[in-house]
Design a protein around this ligand. Structure first.
Ligand SMILES: [Cu+2]
Length: 462
């Protein structure tokens, strides 16, 4: 039996678990990829990130050469304090321009990390310092905002991802609900690293959580009765994911790092690239469990991790019962919004197949042909209507702002603050926004390929 066949059988026997890991080990050199991490902090509110080529082992013997922060995929979880001036020094050891985007923070365009907004690039083999007051509190993330230049192992496809946690300025916890521990998880998709004959044995393995595919990382050790707050980030370059804590109830406390008005239980979460969920899980079902993607293909592709109570033997289980609701943003809303801002903006996204491939147009033009930013007046309130008039679903992200969801696919809601809204194919969403961030703000689909196919636009607050 060849290894690939064995892997398939093993995965069938125990859904989602790649029990064949130990047998796969000899195919490639088992380089120790656990290099010493650079020091991330060099003083109070002083952070240093080094961008350089590194090797990362996502499954036993499966090593990718990629670009990462501080020689680690993902980069370190960075803690910042809301409102306290923070210095981030970024050293670019690569041969190309880089830029670090602080996703979900309401900070000036010069430091937000998008060249289109006017953030200066970090030139090859040089250093740049970002200085800003982090906020608002909660789970954010950081990632490169460079473009691929035709290389699908660059930009968001690379290992340049990491989580930021902004501690609330009053020193209190963001959530009143009691919990014992916080854990941070970020996914990544590696599809384009597997291309080529060399990796035939691993052709399913394209996802990682915290840099490791399911079954490769050490299990997360938990105790009965423990309440854990999971901060979960979709850090993929393009793929949507679902996530379920099998054997356990999941209570959603927050989305995109902000508390939701009505926490509720769900069977699984669904997140597009860039979206986050804060999930409360009570450890009340001793065993060895897989927490991962209910989609079998993605779970077999590595999307998950194992949670283990004390004194457990045998293989981890994957059992999903109906503990709660199907994923729907409106679950977390108290009531539809009654008031309406006086200003309204329509954003329509269309998709075209051309001789040169797919092209997206935002209000009739791809990004390169757009002349003026969409204007916003400082201090005014706006309702933005997104018409996703095409056959693909998209996570729509607006830089430097949180907006309130008021309608997603005909379901009215209020009080849910996000920086990214997922819209299904041929669908509609509306959000309310207060123009409080002067200057340019980039709007785009968070899928790297769509962004590069014209799906971007600028807003400007004057
Ligand atoms: Cu898209």
């Amino acid at each position: 039996m060849n290894r690939k066949k064995f892997l398939e059988n093993a995965a069938l026997a125990v859904p989602g678990v790649l029990t064949a890991n130990s047998l796969l080990g000899n195919s490639f050199s088992s380089t120790n990829t656990k290099k010493k991490l650079s020091h991330t902090y060099f003083g109070k509110n002083k952070i240093r990130l080094t961008i350089s080529e590194t090797e990362t082992e996502i499954a036993k013997g499966l090593i990718f050469k990629t670009i990462a922060y501080n020689n680690s995929v993902p980069g370190p979880v960075i803690r910042m304090k809301e409102g306290e001036e923070t210095i981030v020094e970024v050293i670019n050891n690569t041969d190309h321009q880089e830029v670090v985007h602080w996703h979900g923070q309401e900070i000036p365009a010069e430091v937000d990390g998008a060249l289109e907004e006017g953030t200066p690039p970090i030139e090859p083999h040089s250093k740049r310092t970002y200085k800003f007051k982090p906020g608002p509190a909660g789970v954010k993330w950081y990632h490169t905002h460079a473009m691929t230049q035709g290389d699908k192992q660059k930009a968001m496809y690379s290992g340049q991802i990491g989580i930021v946690y902004i501690e609330p300025k009053d020193g209190k916890r963001q959530y009143k609900t009691a919990y014992d521990r916080e854990l941070f998880f970020i996914t990544h998709d590696w599809k384009y690293f597997l291309q080529g004959a060399l990796f035939k044995d691993f052709d399913r393995l394209v996802y990682t959580v915290n840099g490791k595919s399911l079954g490769f990382d050490s299990p997360i050790k938990v105790k009965e009765g423990e309440k854990i707050l999971l901060h979960f980030v979709n850090g993929n370059a393009r793929d949507d994911i679902r996530f379920s804590c099998s054997g356990h109830k999941m209570k959603i406390l927050g989305l995109d790092g902000r508390p939701v008005p009505k926490p509720d239980y769900v069977n699984d979460i669904k997140l597009g690239s860039g979206e986050r969920a804060d999930i409360l899980v009570e450890m009340n079902n001793p065993g060895k469990w897989i927490f991962g993607d209910p989609d079998e293909e993605r779970r077999k592709g590595g999307l998950g991790f194992v949670v283990e109570y004390p004194d457990q033997k045998g293989d981890p289980k994957w059992e999903v019962d109906s503990f709660g609701n199907r994923w729907d943003y409106s679950l977390f809303s108290i009531e539809p919004k009654k008031t309406k801002p006086k200003n309204e903006i329509t954003v329509e996204i269309k998709r075209y197949e051309t001789e040169n491939g797919t092209l997206y147009k935002v209000n009739g033009k791809p990004f390169e042909e757009q002349e003026d930013p969409i204007p916003l007046k400082y201090g005014e309130d706006y309702r933005i209507h997104f018409y996703n008039s095409n056959i693909k679903s998209h996570p729509l992200h607006l830089h430097r702002h949180y907006f309130e969801l008021v309608n997603v696919e005909g379901k009215e809601m209020s009080g849910i603050m996000k920086d990214t809204v997922f819209v299904n194919k041929n669908s509609y969403a509306a959000v309310d926004l207060k123009a409080t961030q002067k200057g340019l703000a980039l709007f785009h689909c968070h899928k790297q390929n769509h962004m590069e196919e014209g799906f971007m636009a600028l807003f400007e607050t004057i």
